[in-house]
Design a protein around this ligand. Structure first.
Ligand code: 13P
Length: 246
């Protein structure tokens, strides 16, 4: 199974659902549709209405983050996994570099993963090195740390997906070389095998579009993509899927 996950970040109002309706109608007719799954993570404000609309359709709605507690608590503006699940979210991103940059610690991330899984949300756990770490050849060490500090064997690996997003590649048009990327993805899968015995799916994110996917698709170890900018346009998002299977 391959995954095409869109992360809208701080984008979208109710009528932006038209973007998803177009993607859904492409998906419903695509001869390759059994091979992949489409998941979109709009902002919190849109999850309930979008999840309702797509309830009996094939697109899954997820959240971009969740609070590190279970159900209800006195945390102003917090949104818990229980609350997300109750409005129809099926997935949640956790550990996106935007949120790590704003203070998400490994302990917070561990609690987020724990409570998301407890509330039947599938977790897309994001990792990635920054520009300086890459320059200092620290990529593999950093990624291993990010994985081992948060993920535990007792977590159900069937409900976890890992997304490798090098921070220097997000929104920049810069991408790793094919060799760098296959080495890194294999390393991530090895670390995950040590934690879980079997590796969950590992996605790539960072400047994925209809052009760059031609390079990424040659690396068969990549199980799918986490897509930022290009997920805000139905055409660009569909182009990625079309070019991947071409
Ligand atoms: P871009 O696809 O815009 O580089 O963003 C990647 C990302 O951060 C998705 O989570």
């Amino acid at each position: 199974m391959r995954y095409f996950i869109g992360n809208w970040k701080m984008f979208g109002i109710p009528k932006s659902i038209n973007i998803l309706r177009k993607i859904n109608s492409f998906y419903s007719k695509d001869k390759n549709r059994k091979k992949y799954r489409v998941i979109m993570t709009p902002p919190y404000t849109l999850i309930e209405s979008y999840a309702k609309y797509f309830k009996n359709k094939k697109i899954f709605i997820g959240s971009q983050n969740c609070y590190q507690k279970d159900q209800f608590s006195s945390n102003t503006a917090g949104v818990s996994p229980y609350m997300l699940r109750s409005v129809g979210a099926k997935y949640t991103l956790i550990g996106h570099s935007d949120n790590r940059g704003e203070g998400d610690s490994d302990l917070m991330l561990k609690n987020k993963v724990r409570f998301a899984l407890k509330n039947n949300l599938k977790v897309v756990f994001c990792i990635g090195e920054n520009k300086i770490e890459k320059k200092n050849n620290k990529t593999l060490i950093v990624l291993k740390k990010q994985l081992t500090k948060v993920l535990e064997r007792k977590f159900n690996k069937n409900n976890i997906i890992v997304a490798y997003e090098p921070i220097w590649s997000i929104g920049t048009g810069k991408i790793p070389t094919a060799i760098e990327l296959s080495t890194t993805i294999l390393h991530i899968k090895n670390v995950l095998k040590n934690i879980f015995k079997e590796s969950p799916a590992v996605l790539y994110g960072g400047s994925v579009d209809g052009g760059t996917v031609e390079i990424f698709k040659k690396i068969r170890e990549i199980d799918g993509f986490l897509i930022g900018g290009a997920s805000k346009s139905s055409k660009k998002f569909i182009d990625i899927i079309k070019n991947y299977y071409r």
